[in-house]
Ligand binder design. Structure first.
Ligand SMILES: [Zn+2]
Length: 319
């Protein structure tokens, strides 16, 4: 198998013009162009005939790519779904136990009847490399996946060449597989914590260090636990990959979980002690930055407080 070369428009495909009127009385007519397959529109419309023609060739190339993938991967690894071409009248859906290639767990599978089976969307490493080899595309290492482009890139056939779109699609399928494998590994590690009675939402320093020893991760200082937790929150809620010194720690689900439990206790303690930033009011876990004009949560708020005209200056300027 190889990457499909010079795919031409299949029979039954044509580029048709579509007439529109800008106004209700029919005036201001303009023309758009679209690909029609067996008389039905497919994909985007374009202002120029040449672009619609280019889009048709891209769609045909993408179909040829899918056919190569189907031959290379097929339904072999479809966890939980077995694709049967048509239902058997009068018979219930058969179920049977099957091993998930990502999780290594045996669970019930069910049948899916479809003439047009869904693509396998989560690849094992072996599947990913097999798919790349079938299309003569270079596979990325697992460690090179999951960057900004993988998370936010919008690769559509209207904008990108099929080769770029399929490269990105294969990366995303491997990322989906990786996520399943990582979730399973983290689940197995969490079970160890539960067995030790240390799977907690908030914990003392002693419990934290015991849990870290069981999980084989370094017992981070309290201040770092707080930093890891805020890094994880900013990633989750602002969608921003905050760049900080604890970035790589926050990527480890177990480290993040243990830090979160420790930071929760520190926050309760700071709240009870009335430890707040005098600039923004946030609870300060740890020492904070003490100055004659108050307590600051960060160097930024320390500087803000230092830069503001003090009580004496405001009083003098008002007079
Ligand atoms: Zn502050």
């Amino acid at each position: 198998m190889a990457y499909p070369q010079d795919v031409s428009m299949p029979s039954g495909w044509e580029v048709r013009s579509v007439q529109y009127a800008r106004f209700k009385d029919g005036s201001g007519a303009f023309t758009r162009w679209a690909v029609y397959v067996d008389g039905r529109p497919r994909g985007s419309e374009f202002g120029e005939q040449a672009r619609a023609g280019q889009h048709a060739r891209r769609l045909a190339e993408a179909d040829a790519v899918d056919a190569v993938l189907e031959a290379a991967i097929g339904q072999e690894y479809h966890y939980g779904i077995r694709v049967w071409p048509e239902p058997v009248p009068g018979r219930a859906l058969p179920t049977w136990r099957k091993t998930d290639p990502h999780l290594g767990l045996r669970d019930y599978a069910f049948a899916w009847y479809s003439a047009d089976p869904p693509p396998v969307y989560a690849y094992t490493r072996v599947q990913y490399e097999r798919a790349c080899a079938a299309l003569e595309l270079g596979p990325a290492p697992d460690s090179g996946l999951g960057g900004y482009g993988d998370a936010y890139g919008d690769f559509s056939l209207a904008e990108y060449a099929p080769r770029d779109v399929i490269t990105m699609t294969l990366r995303r399928r491997r990322i989906a597989g990786l996520e399943r494998e990582q979730a399973a590994a983290a689940g197995r590690r969490r079970q160890q914590l539960r067995d030790a009675g240390l799977d907690k939402k908030a914990c003392t320093r002693e419990e934290f260090e015991q849990a870290c020893a069981i999980m084989g991760v370094p017992p981070l200082p309290d201040g770092t636990c707080v930093a890891v937790t805020s890094e994880a929150f900013s990633r989750q809620y602002s969608g921003v990959f905050a760049v900080s010194s604890v970035g790589s720690l926050a990527s480890d689900e177990i480290v993040r979980k243990l830090c979160f439990a420790r930071a929760t206790t520190l926050e309760h303690e700071a709240d009870a002690a009335g430890h707040h930033c005098d600039e923004c009011g946030v609870i300060i876990t740890g020492a904070g930055l003490a100055a004659s004009f108050g307590l600051a949560c960060s160097p930024e708020h320390y500087a803000d407080m230092a830069d503001r005209p003090g009580w004496y200056a405001t009083r003098s300027s008002r007079r």
